[in-house]
Design a protein around this ligand. Sequence first.
Ligand code: SAH
Ligand code: SF4
Ligand code: F3S
Length: 469
Amino acid sequence: MSNRKTVDISKEEIQEQKEYIDNIKELIKGRSLKYHIITYGCQMNIHDSEKLAGMLNSMGYTETSDQAEADLILFNTCCVRENAEHRVYGNVGALYLNKQQNPNLIIGICGCMMQQRDVSDYITKKFPFVDLIFGTHNLHRFPKLLLEAMDSRQTVVEVLDEEGRIVENVPIIRNLGVTAWTTIMYGCDNFCSYCIVPYVRGRERSRQPSDILDEINQLAEEGYKEVTLLGQNVNSYGKDFNEPYYFSNLLRYIDRVDGIERIRFMTSHPKDLSKDLILAMAESEKVCEHLHLPIQSGSNRILKQMNRGYSRENYLELVNEIRHQIPNIAITTDIIVGFPGETEEDFADTLDMVEKVRYDSAFTFIYSQRTGTPAAKMSKQIDENIKKERLQKLMDVQGKISKEINDKAHDTIVDVLVEGLSKKRDDMYTGRTPQNKLVNFAADHNTIGNIVKVKITQPKTWTLEGIMI
Ligand code: SAH
Ligand code: SF4
Ligand code: F3S
């Protein structure tokens, strides 16, 4: 299939890492060591943690959900907003005593936060008891780095500035179950003015369609029913290939994988969502009727400042086209309030768009100043109290709309892919509709892994409750 302009990582390097895995396996043989990974941030990071878990399992470690009994604790960090960073500092600091009591405990920190040189330097100085620091670009080198950390009294630090190449065949331990994630592309080229992601995840690199299809076929064989394709902007999938290849084509291929019953993807950037993608979604059998389409702001002035590349008019047109082609589609979004210079009028435009589009749900965020991004240097940063007030207003408006939309589901019958027992009530099962609504329902027998019909008896703002029929 398509050629990528960049070269894949060499087979030798992968082989080298396998050898490190074997070395560690030999070293820790018979010691029944346990690991605990704490993951912050987006699905991309959660999926990276599945790769770390895969490598650790190959070494002979087993997972524990109890941090206190772990021999290896890893923090996979996020830096998209300041509060995510603060939580990491707090939680790492709290491990000082654990390390005093158990000098053999290994503490590692990786992920997006570490890609910021000033942050990894700060952690090395402030928390010298940390054994290992690495970034997002060298995740596959974890076995080598871990072995070094086991040998060294000082913090082992390896953070690469170059995103380099895509690494295939890293072992992955997914939470066994019904739904799985697969990354189809790495990085982001959009440089929205508020966002740190392009700086910590590097330029866009797409995986080969054949590698993705092999993985999804494998997932189907292992019994997974649903796959979510991940990328910061899946709509620009394939743009880095020499020959044109589009996300819509990839979706059409995945739609034919036997055993996979549902396909989801995130995230879609409105400026790159093509007519052909809408067509591919509408024609496909398995692509779910759900689109996550971050708007970020409803004000044209702010959208321009954010470098988003579309206007509210473009966005509305897109929404109309999608609803025309796929009438049952649920649309969700991300919105930031308090971007520098956001006036009451700009914010009113955001509320107005929320009312016009009528999202099924929205992730709403307070703008967070990220050093190194253009927006951090903009004048007229907004007062924290005003930001909080706007967030509350926005959440109230969206909550009302979500409830109204969910109320319409009362007494309807929906298709639910059953994922497991409900977290809140163990006499109930839980799953999602194609529109990605979480449904908790009563059933008289175990239906995990199947798509079942559920009658909705109690719609709530964020979830639905019902009875299997
Ligand atoms: N690539 C995805 C998501 C990236 S991060 C996309 O473009 O949709 C997820 C969300 O975090 C973004 O959509 C945005 O709403 C929010 N976000 C990113 N940077 C932020 C910042 N500096 N302050 C507040 N929210 C931010
Ligand atoms: Fe950040 Fe924008 Fe890229 Fe999303 S598209 S990751 S918001 S720069
Ligand atoms: Fe956070 Fe990195 Fe994801 S910054 S949102 S974990 S790509």
